[in-house]
Design a protein around this ligand. Sequence first.
Ligand code: TXE
Length: 487
Amino acid sequence: MSDGTHRFFGHVIDGEECASADGRRFETVDPWRRAPWAEVALGGAADVDRAVAAARRAFDEGPWPRMGSAERGRLLHRFADLIEAHAEELAQADTTDMGKPITETRGKDVPRTAANFRFFADHARLTAAEALPSDTGHHVYTRYEPAGVVAAIAPWNFPLMMASWKVAPALAWGNTVVLKPAEQSPASATLLAKLAVEAGIPAGVLNVVHGFGGDGAGQALTEHPDVDRITFTGESATGRVISAAAARNLTPVSLELGGKGANLVFADADLDSAVEWSIKAIFTNAGQVCLAGSRIYVERPVYQEFLERLSKAAAALRLGAPGEESTQIGPLSSQEHYEKVRSYVELAESGEGRVVTGGLGDGWTVRPTVVADVPEDSRLVREEIFGPVVVVTPFDSEREAVELANGTPFGLNAMVFTENLHRAHRLSAALDVGTVWVNCFFVRDLRAPFGGVGDSGVGREGGTYSREFFTEPKAVVMRIAAAEAQA
Ligand code: TXE
């Protein structure tokens, strides 16, 4: 749009919001109105170079890595205060950019963003070093030195929250950051970086470069030789590309990739609770969640009843304008993504399964869709749809349930609904995933490891796992001379 009526979101480099070196821009589209709502600086290699140079300077010469975790923590808490004070603007930005219901952005994403900064600020201060007592005449302790310049590549499904999940630990441990938000949801990153400056975080510590992935700012950033860590969340295929780029520079990389979460419901489960959580697990954020419980396996005696109750609850969800407080499901995040999800709905409708409820909606919406009678080798079961589409399948034994759950290349998370304590523990051990939720979903403890196995990722973040990734752990070994030797 060049009529000048749209808002502009620039890069934030060295503490200043700015245009691209070559002046190029792109439009960001509101997927509910299916129309552009703002213009964004379109970054390329020159902008990435500028941002990495600013982050490098702030790291090599600036106060941030040297000021100590208490002072950094104070500034990060002030940053969190400002995020809370600007909650409405941030929530509106994400809701407009990617169509997520305002109750989600306002009620969860923005508070969780502030909480991430508070948690990692405190955690870094409290876990800054360890003493390793020794009886060999040596005193051994650890130091966690900041790694340097961190490249953070964020996805569009939780734009602000996922950015903070990367930026908060990186900053808390004294690094400087260049954040590349997803091109579908760039606005909140600019707002975030400007709030960092307002909070008193020194210029160059948190930079934002907008643009596309392959052949764009994303690629330039992940290939940059002056980057010391890469943290990425997105598609598994992109993870492979980024991993190869990182390998060329020997840059450590943390990858949070896709998922195909299995949700196991046993006949002894509290069915009311299992239905309620299963609905949240697949339809929150229109299913655009890496952790989505997109495969539900139900023990045969309760299969029919569960399927009926789940389908009824799915059909009752309110689909509509993301800005309305009553809306529970908004549109898919972009036309391109809608086309992807549509292809899976059409596959189900073409006879690959039985659509119990749901189907395509108006515009770029997909109604909450429940599909039964799908063969296990179907793409509906094996591939990440990333939309409000769930496949429900019966099973006959605990062993079969585990085999089904472990039967895809992904391994991010699984859910188990059972009242049998022994089974819950057995399954928690047997499931090949990074997180198992028993009788719940989405409950996060920021101290816990978060990440996946197989195609779901490499590495873990959260608590001390983030510390290991965003620092260079160092061992200091000091000899303690015996008194006689000193005399
Ligand atoms: O992801 P991409 P897309 C899955 C989900 C979705 C699919 C495609 O199944 O349907 O991925 O989504 C940047 N070098 N998830 O295309 O391409 C890109 O600009 C450097 C799962 O949006 O992986 C954006 O900032 N960067 C998921 C980010 O990577 C590159 C969240 C994610 O984009 C790049 C999102 C490159 N070569 C999608 N190519 C999850 N795990 O939660 C792209 N990017």
